[in-house]
Design a protein around this ligand. Structure first.
Ligand code: URA
Length: 477
């Protein structure tokens, strides 16, 4: 005997679930059941099924999600395919993760088709006003032709989205009617001829405005907005003209595009904007202002800000990267291992650190906690540029004859680019404001070099760089 099950169009998911559980519980194999919609009557030897009362059956959660989508597919074999898989799951509960299973693969494909159709419905339903535009609750209708039976599983989306108006989504299949806050599904046939209204023109204008002729890709556009939907989308009236005029409009856009200012103009602009926003308090209150700085989040974790120190009329300014662990705790620049190495080498070329103004490009210690240690982290370009405010204030107050920029961060802060230090070192460049900057490496780089010979070599080069600074500013130890 073959059981014939009729699944209604509305409420199909619930009806299929109930029948499948009943037949599964009763142990009826797939070959003894034919599944049809209300349009497919039972065959000659089919028994109109009295669905057995379901008991408890255990079904993988993954299958339930799959079935909840596939039941809305237009393929008439969907109910039988789902039941076939459900039957096989009894003996093989791991089947849902078997990527090589052809039945499952086909159902997954169907699930995808349904999801895509739901997505298209959300994107391409276009309401037109059908009631009195001045009524308290306005009334709209849309004609839509879905590929699968997706009105029912998608209706909640529209209910949430358009809760403050009455609407109907009419289709050749099931239609949804939302009135006074409640939704119902009907199978009535409707006339798809809806009146044009003002929102029609609105859609066309909107589409014209978002259409970028320079990005026109007709195939991609048609796969996102398939032609079958075009007839119900007001904006598609504009598509042929927009496509045919796209090349000319793209050329016109390119011709009208503003050109970038020259490099010189950019430099002047940078200088003007840095001058415009310069710190203008008295020099003596600068350290206190730096201590109170909260211009970027680095102040949140550091112990304190570390302002520059030294004579405010120094001829030489030494700029490092940022305070390290020791500097953060003591509140003074270059007092840790890198500072000690710097002092030693500077002294060897007759450069007295006490006569220079010593500071950093970034005033707060940036680190990553690792157990009890705080590991130095390089400041980002944005942190460097936030802190430029203070470095500029120090430069404006000290007005050094020469600045020594040690390491990429200092060089970036002072010249705008921190790359290629090893080829730029030992040379004097200019800040955007026109001050002389001698480029060199950071003493911490020397400390990190693992190879003793290489380290000795690099220390000699660093010494030579500091000698240039010493000679240029003639500060004697
Ligand atoms: N490294 C720096 O760049 N500055 C300091 O103050 C200490 C270490």
């Amino acid at each position: 005997m073959t059981h014939h099950v009729t699944i209604p169009r509305i409420g199909a998911a619930e009806a299929w679930r109930k029948a499948a559980r009943g037949y599964l519980f009763a142990g009826i194999p797939p070959e003894q059941i034919t599944w049809g919609g209300i349009d497919s009557p039972p065959g000659l030897f089919d028994e109109p099924g009295t669905v057995p009362i379901p008991g408890t059956v255990t079904v993988p959660r993954d299958f339930i999600a799959l079935a909840n989508s596939v039941v809305w597919h237009a393929d008439p074999s969907r109910f039988a395919r789902l039941y076939g898989l459900l039957w096989r799951l009894r003996d093989n509960p791991g089947l849902m993760s078997d990527r090589g299973d052809r039945d499952l693969a086909r159902l997954r494909q169907m699930e995808k088709n349904v999801h895509r159709c739901q997505h298209k419905m959300k994107a391409f339903v276009r309401f037109r006003e059908v009631g009195d535009a001045t009524a308290a609750r306005r009334s709209f209708a849309a004609w839509f032709e879905p590929t699968h039976h997706t009105v029912e599983p998608t209706v909640q989306f529209f209910r949430r989205r358009f809760a403050d108006m009455d609407w109907r989504i009419l289709t050749p299949d099931v239609s949804a009617i939302f009135e006074n806050g409640s939704v119902r599904l009907v199978e009535d046939k409707f006339d798809p001829q809806l009146p044009d209204d003002a929102s029609e023109q609105l859609w066309i204008t909107y589409f014209r405005n978002i259409f970028n002729p320079a990005r026109l890709k007709v195939q991609a556009m048609q796969s996102e907005m398939p032609k079958k939907y075009w007839k119900n989308l007001p904006e598609t009236a504009a598509i042929p003209e927009l496509i045919s005029t796209a090349p000319a409009r793209a050329r016109a856009m390119a011709a009208a595009a503003p050109t970038l200012p020259s490099r010189r103009a950019q430099r002047i602009q940078a200088r003007v904007s840095s001058l415009a926003s310069a710190w203008d308090g008295p020099a003596a209150s600068l350290p206190a202002a730096i201590h109170a700085c909260a211009r970027c989040p680095l102040h949140l974790n550091a112990t304190q800000a570390v302002p520059g120190e030294g004579p405010t009329n120094a001829r030489l300014m030494i700029v490092g990267e940022q305070p390290g662990d020791q500097e953060d705790l003591q509140g003074r620049p270059f007092v840790g291992p890198a500072g000690q190495l710097f002092d030693e080498i500077a002294h060897s070329v007759g450069l007295d650190r006490r006569e220079a103004f010593v500071t950093n490009a970034v005033k707060h210690f940036k680190f990553e906690p690792r157990g009890k240690r705080r590991l130095h982290k390089r400041a980002s370009t944005s942190e460097i540029s936030h802190c430029r405010w203070w470095l500029d204030a120090e430069l404006a107050s000290v007005k050094p004859r020469l600045i020594v920029a040690m390491g990429a961060t200092a060089v970036e802060a002072l010249t705008g680019s921190g790359t290629g230090i090893l080829t730029r070192r030992g040379k004097i460049e200019r800040t955007p404001a026109g001050q002389d900057v001698l480029i060199t490496v950071h003493p911490a780089y020397l400390l990190r070099l693992p190879d003793a010979d290489r380290r000795a070599e690099e220390i000699e080069k660093f010494r030579a760089d500091l000698k240039i600074a010493s000679d240029t500013t003639a500060i004697r130890a």
